[in-house]
Design a protein around this ligand. Structure first.
Ligand SMILES: [Mg+2]
Length: 225
């Protein structure tokens, strides 16, 4: 019987790619207003190249971008970008449709809920609280808790310890086969692939279950009874 659901955060609960795209578009528009001479499409391509090379969490993304495309970091343009990004962020940081009702249903079944994310702790909590879903979670394991990213066993072990449960009593839900599914499988945690958040990155690893909408998770959990 399943006693806990462990979720990945970005692209599993949060529609992270949409959030990134819209926030960056607003930042680019603002930089163009501040005098950046670059077509919007080209600017977005350059930003995503930098994200690919570094990380989607790169805290200096606009500094790197301005340096690359203009040869220098103009602080006026940078300020425009950061202000626009932050304003957009609070408006578009939303969970996938059906997330809240699914979390409520899982809680009604007396299941414990946890997060295992590679995001830094503060960013994870900022995202959870901005979406007003932080109250649902009994355990949140973020990057600093183990210093290791998925598919390392360590963050999953940290979650199991905090939940005081065995692997077979838990199911991991995530969009990255090579990290979420692989990592959980190594420990014997049941796996459910969040197809709806899959961005095409990472090879497909077989999972026990696969869902096209987050609401389907309730049925998946029921099958264990
Ligand atoms: Mg993810």
């Amino acid at each position: 019987m399943i006693k806990a659901v462990i979720f990945d955060l970005d692209n599993t609960l949060i529609d992270f790619m949409r959030f990134k795209r819209v926030s960056c578009e607003q930042a680019v528009d603002a930089m163009i207003d501040a005098g950046l001479k670059l077509p919007k499409k080209k600017a977005m391509e350059e930003i995503y190249k930098i994200y690919d090379e570094r990380s989607m969490e790169d805290p200096l993304i606009f500094q790197h971008f301005l340096k690359k495309v203009t040869g220098t970091v103009d602080h006026r343009k940078l300020a425009y970008a950061i202000n626009a990004y932050r304003t957009a962020r609070s408006a578009v940081l939303t969970p996938f449709p059906g997330t809240k009702t699914t979390l409520i249903k899982l809680k009604e079944k007396r299941l414990k809920l946890a997060i295992v994310t590679d995001a830094p702790k503060l960013k994870a909590w900022l995202r959870l609280s901005a979406m007003r879903i932080d109250d649902f979670f009994d355990v949140v394991v973020a990057l600093e808790d183990t210093g290791r990213t998925k598919p390392s066993k360590l963050p999953f072990k940290a979650a199991l310890n905090a939940l005081k449960l065995d692997p077979e009593q838990c199911i991991m839900v995530g969009d990255m086969p090579s990290r979420d599914m692989k990592g959980a499988k190594q420990l014997g945690i049941n796996t459910c692939f969040a197809e709806y958040g899959f961005t095409g990155k990472g090879k497909k690893t077989k999972s026990d279950y696969s869902i096209k909408r987050i609401e389907e998770l309730v049925d998946v959990v029921d099958r264990f009874k």
